[in-house]
Design a protein around this ligand. Structure first.
Ligand code: BMA
Length: 365
């Protein structure tokens, strides 16, 4: 190799070290870049704990200022907060889980002010049939909303409403609040209209590309990190079959619920695969959704801890503690819940990171 080539390679290498990992959005705001780089640092030291709708409601309560089931149990808030925007696209004031979007906006601001991390999912309605996300009666939905399709304008109107909300996520001094955006999730299953048996690989990828391009270039939104999130998977190939590409995805995730004795093994395999791929691709890795039978398996948290400990996972988020019947129970502990003592062990372990662990690190600076 010529000396000039070696010099050139060294310059590139040091540039990479100094600049750190960059989000895929080349125009990402400073705070979004900082968050991304800090997530890389942090995932080497531990895994943040996340909870869906943590500040909105919990077991037996709704909208109580400052309350959180997690805090009721361990005295600390989660580090990551999931929020759900389903029904925002309809222009109504509250979500499919009856949570007001105005309140979600306020909580996102509160979390940011505290140094926590916000992630958004979107169970958007079916633009072709008018049904829910779970309406899988047609295999034409994704095709119909892509450019040239009969429902393309409807989908764009959905995205316009989403964009309005995202652009309203600002601090008082007009700084956009970075968000990990996780649309079209669990697509390796077939229970949502964007699922595996409901559209082709190309259509699914095109849906992602259209969405990201529309938000970035038509709406000028640059405070998002994009999360790709499958359901349970077995192989690299299965995970990547519908992957829209390194150029638009920042975080590799998977959703995996405990639905039986194979959970620890499945979690281990998925975590091992995803962290390996994330390293190769220079991306963040996460368990974007989980939840287990914590009412009966009172050692669930320490079981999870043992499985995830060896892996560089950014966060492990459990789904919501519904305040009204939802087909599932609480996925996080709550005051007096039988899994609480085990959760305290999980909380006190150095591997798990909560609000008090991450606040001093200032993830946005
Ligand atoms: C599901 C359930 C539903 C909820 C949906 C969107 O997993 O919790 O009750 O409506 O997520 O949050």
């Amino acid at each position: 190799m010529k000396p000039i080539t070696i010099l050139f390679m060294m310059v590139l290498f040091f540039q990479g070290v100094v600049q750190g990992q960059q989000p895929t959005d080349k125009k990402a705001t400073t705070e979004t870049v900082q968050l991304y780089q800090n997530l890389f640092r942090l995932q080497k030291t531990g895994t943040m704990f996340g909870h869906q709708d943590d500040l909105a409601y919990g077991h037996g309560w709704v909208y109580e200022e400052g309350r959180s089931d997690v805090k009721d149990v361990c005295g600390d808030y989660p580090a990551v907060y999931g929020w759900e925007l389903g029904h925002l696209e309809l222009g109504v004031p509250y979500s499919l889980d009856s949570v007001h979007f105005d309140k979600i906006r306020d909580w996102i601001k509160t979390v940011y002010a505290r140094g926590g991390v916000n992630t958004i999912s979107w169970h958007l309605r079916n633009p072709l049939t008018g049904g829910t996300s779970w309406d899988v009666s047609s295999k034409e939905v994704v095709k119909s909303i892509l450019p040239g399709g009969p429902k393309h304008e409807v989908f764009k109107e959905y995205l316009d409403k989403l964009a309005d909300f995202l652009l309203s996520l600002k601090t008082d001094d007009d700084t956009f609040i970075p968000v990990l955006f996780r649309p079209f999730h669990e697509h390796t299953g077939s229970w949502f209209w964007w699922g595996k048996n409901l559209c082709t690989v190309e259509e699914y990828k095109a849906l992602w590309h259209f969405t990201v391009n529309y938000l970035q270039n038509d709406k000028n939104i640059h405070h998002l990190l994009y999360v790709y999130s499958t359901d349970r998977f077995k192989t690299d190939e299965e995970y990547l079959e519908r992957y829209p590409g390194d150029q638009i995805i920042d975080v590799l995730g998977f959703d995996l619920y405990d639905r039986g004795p194979d959970y620890p093994e499945a979690l281990k395999n998925c975590a091992a695969t995803i962290t390996k791929m994330a390293k190769q691709k220079g991306k963040i890795a996460t368990v974007s959704e989980s939840g287990g039978p914590i009412a009966t398996n009172t050692k669930w948290w320490t079981m999870v801890l043992d499985v995830i400990r060896p892996y560089d996972l950014s966060y492990f988020l459990v789904w919501r503690n519904p305040w009204q019947p939802a087909g599932h129970g609480a996925f996080a502990p709550y005051m007096g819940s039988p899994d609480s003592p085990d959760f305290l062990i999980f909380y006190n372990d150095r591997e798990t990171l909560f609000q008090q662990d991450i606040a001093p690190k200032n993830l946005y600076k």
